[in-house]
Design a binder for this molecule. Structure first.
Ligand code: FE
Ligand code: FE
Length: 195
């Protein structure tokens, strides 16, 4: 029997129920922005939209729940993540997307999994979700947002690099602990772009 495909309506309704309203609106903004970027870069629009809707689906979990779901699924937890378990919402989100929301598309699951830190050699979908999360219309605090928003529709890799650079500068300025993967991603794209 053909498996019942998840629909955007089912997922949107689930997120409206699970997330607080601000987070829900953010998720809708990411979904729409991701869909627009998918149109621009010839990616799969449905994949982008679903990954956007679900990317923060584990945001309602507290630190203990995040650590426990990751342990249960043998997901390695770094020191930075033990320090700040909220970072785990991406990995936990990929688990929930698969188990609770029945998403079996590995590309969607991976885009959810790497949306907080990025990773070297991201797929087109990974990049679209990463960038959409940063520029969706509800965002207003990051520096250079208007430049990054227009660059996003011109050159996705340079946009990714600019976002990583701004995030690292911000983390350094505030003295926050930097997840090593964010640094690795930055270095990978700096080399890739020849900067
Ligand atoms: Fe997130
Ligand atoms: Fe987000």
């Amino acid at each position: 029997m053909k498996k019942d495909q998840p629909t955007r309506l089912r997922l949107v309704k689930a997120m409206e129920k699970e997330l607080n309203y601000k987070r829900f609106l953010h998720s809708m903004g990411v979904a729409e922005t991701a869909a627009a970027l998918a149109m621009r870069y010839d990616a799969d629009i449905e994949q982008a939209e679903i990954a956007g809707i679900l990317h923060d689906c584990a945001k309602y979990m507290d630190d203990k729940e995040l650590i426990s779901i990751c342990k249960k699924h043998s997901v390695p937890i770094s020191e930075a993540e033990y320090d700040n378990p909220a970072l785990l919402h991406a990995k936990a989100g990929a688990i929930l997307a698969e188990e609770k929301y029945e998403i079996d598309d590995p590309e969607i699951l991976e885009a959810i999994r790497c949306h907080t830190t990025g990773k070297p050699a991201m797929s087109l979908l990974d990049k679209i979700i990463y960038v959409a999360d940063y520029i969706e219309p509800g965002r207003c605090q990051a520096p250079n947002l208007s430049i990054i928003r227009s660059l996003a529709f011109e050159d996705l890799d340079r946009t990714l690099f600019k976002i990583l650079e701004d995030i690292l500068l911000y983390l350094q300025a505030t003295g926050a602990r930097i997840d090593p993967m964010t640094g690795k991603t930055y270095q990978y794209y700096r080399d890739e772009l020849g900067f």
